[in-house]
Ligand binder design. Structure first.
Ligand SMILES: O=C(O)C(=O)C[C@]1(C(=O)O)C=C[C@@H](O)C=C1
Length: 361
């Protein structure tokens, strides 16, 4: 079996099984890798979508009981498409909570077609593929340097996040090429493979390159070796919460991920939770009052983000992530802080509690 047909057989196997998990496709995106990490058994039917919003739509509608979305990258920061859907300004996703997280090491490859005739390095002054020190190494060991001339590459496709993680390589070796943002890195590989002239390349994963039969033009082109993306696993809230399950009546399941094995929880605090909120825009100290609630309950914050609330120009909706779980809260500190929020936030929403998988990161 060739690499491509065994890959297709694996995808088909995913499609033949039961409970659906939606992820940003096409197959072999980083989201697909993260999804396979969180849902490794063959009982899951892994379903690619065209956008992150579609993952939310499928989970909300119940077509997919679970979904996996990228949340933040250690080099480039938060994934705005995911924050936008979590902000849920139009009230479309009231039934969705975060129930788990996945950390994925991300090593980007430059994929395309090798030049048809070897062109001298002088055709592209910035092209260091002929550096004598790197020539002496085996191609497999070369990281962050072109393995061939890139002078024939006119355009590079990728996801904006991936471009944000590979800026140094792009500036150094592909300043002559146009960059084109697309919906995912695997879509980028698909587009590069569709270019018969071989003038297109993609920043994508090694698996995407294999899946679409592309040549490796450079490996590990990320700016930082420790490049990591964190993904959220989404699920529909259990039917047992009350009408306003965010504020009263906790989930009766002991864990969000009721159908799956828990595996290793990792080091550090056992759980994390996410809330979103808005504060009275003109009240001095309004945001500090909310943050003080967490200090008062001795709950450690692990991330803070904001997006425009779209209520008025330059007004924001905030996200706070903290250590602790609403679903396993023996000291009542999380329950307590949610009650405190009621008094100081304008609107707020609990967006889920899950196992901390950071492994001490
Ligand atoms: O494009 C993909 O392959 C994705 O899964 C999306 C995504 C992201 O949005 O962060 C995931 C991981 C990498 O950080 C780059 C892109």
């Amino acid at each position: 079996m060739t690499a491509t047909s065994s890959h297709q057989a694996a995808v088909q196997a995913d499609l033949n099984t039961n409970t659906t998990v939606a992820f940003l496709g096409p197959v072999n995106s980083y989201s697909h890798q993260a999804t396979k990490t969180a849902f490794p058994d063959s009982k899951w039917r892994l379903e690619p979508t065209g956008t992150i919003k579609e993952v939310f739509d499928r989970v909300q509608s119940g077509q997919a009981p679970y979904g996996v979305v990228p949340f933040e990258n250690s080099t480039h920061g938060t994934v705005t498409f995911t924050l936008d859907s979590l902000a849920d300004r139009a009230g479309e996703y009231a039934g969705i909570v975060v129930c788990d997280e996945v950390y994925l090491d991300v090593h980007h490859f430059l994929l395309g077609r090798l030049p048809t005739s070897p062109s001298p390095a002088t055709t592209n002054n910035n092209d260091s593929h002929s550096d004598s020190d790197s020539d002496s190494k085996n191609d497999k060991d070369k990281k962050g340097v072109p393995l061939a001339s890139l002078a024939h590459i006119r355009r590079v496709y990728s996801h904006p996040q991936a471009f944000g993680q590979t800026g140094a390589f792009m500036r150094r070796h592909l300043a002559h090429a146009e960059t084109v943002d697309v919906s995912s890195t695997s879509r980028a590989a698909e587009l590069a493979a569709a270019d018969d002239r071989g003038e297109s390349a993609a920043i994508a994963s090694e698996w995407a390159g294999r899946g679409f039969g592309l040549d490796v033009l450079a490996r590990c082109v990320e700016d930082r070796e420790d490049n990591t993306t964190r993904f959220f696993v989404l699920r529909r809230k259990g039917g047992e919460e009350g009408g306003d399950g965010d504020r009263d009546g906790g989930l009766r399941e002991t864990e969000g991920r009721d159908e799956r094995d828990e595996g290793d929880a990792g080091r550090g605090a056992k759980y994390k939770s996410l809330v979103s909120f808005t504060v009275p825009h003109r009240r001095p100290g309004a945001l500090a009052d909310v943050l003080d609630c967490f200090r008062g309950r001795k709950l450690n914050l692990t991330s803070i983000n904001s997006v425009p609330s779209l209520v008025g120009p330059f007004q924001y909706l905030f996200f706070v992530e903290f250590e602790g779980s609403k679903l396993d809260d023996p000291e009542g500190r999380v329950g307590g802080v949610l009650e405190d929020l009621e008094g100081v936030a304008e609107r707020w929403r609990w967006l889920g509690s899950w196992r901390n998988r950071s492994g001490g990161r």
